[in-house]
Design a binder for this molecule. Sequence first.
Ligand code: OAD
Length: 252
Amino acid sequence: MREDIVRAAQFIPADSAVVCLTGAGVSAESGVPTFRDSQTGLWSRFDAEELATPEGFKRDPGLVWRWYMWRLEQLEAASPNLGHHALAELARLCEGFLLVTQNVDDLHEQAGSVDVLHLHGSLFSFRCASCAAPHHLTAEQRGADLPPACGVCSELVRPDVVWFGESLPWDAVEEAATASHRCSVMLVVGTSGLVYPASQLPLVARQAGATVIDVNPEPGPISSIADVFLQGKSGEVLPALVRAVADRRASA
Ligand code: OAD
């Protein structure tokens, strides 16, 4: 077992309060593209300004709709990987565990994680862009060139995800910030740490005295403030980390 993984496990005793913040990297091994990878990242291949802003939606709702329907299909074809499963298992091993994700997929839930806080919304839910009424998509609407009309006010329906320039769901942010302030361990997995305010949570935890553990194949802003940087893919590192945590419990 890697020495750094064994060391990280020492910071996670049974009574620890863990907040885990995940980003697109945790789903990369499930075949879901990240955003900022230089070759395959969505924002290296597509224009975020056109596709992920309220202004872009107003300019060309059809383009935005078709792009999100394409992404929805990708997510539906994906299954949770060993990293998602390991985090669900880690939650069972800790007294306090809160999973906070920036991802709009449901792979944590599919792996058995419960009460996941989705800071950036979900690509499986839809609402009116004007009155915010929830909308249930039909198969026909999914294949259409334009978004459907809201059943309440007839304005256009949009995916219930957070776009650039928009506020995050207030209650989720509040809960994540409070938990980050109180936790003993902040486990950060697969995020570039470039998008505010999620990027602040590890800093909040660190300033309040928590141990920060970062899991990522590449160093970045989070690894530079982390107590332990576990360099590698989450599908490989997390199962080993959870094994090390369980082994320590068994030998205690
Ligand atoms: P990014 O694409 O910015 O970063 C993905 C991170 O995952 C990078 O640090 C990679 O090194 C890392 N990574 C890649 N493969 C990995 C693997 N197998 N295991 C672990 N890590 C891996 O994605 P996010 O940080 O999630 O927002 O991006 C944050 C937000 O920016 C997203 O939620 C999205 C985007 O714009 C919205 O859509 C609102």
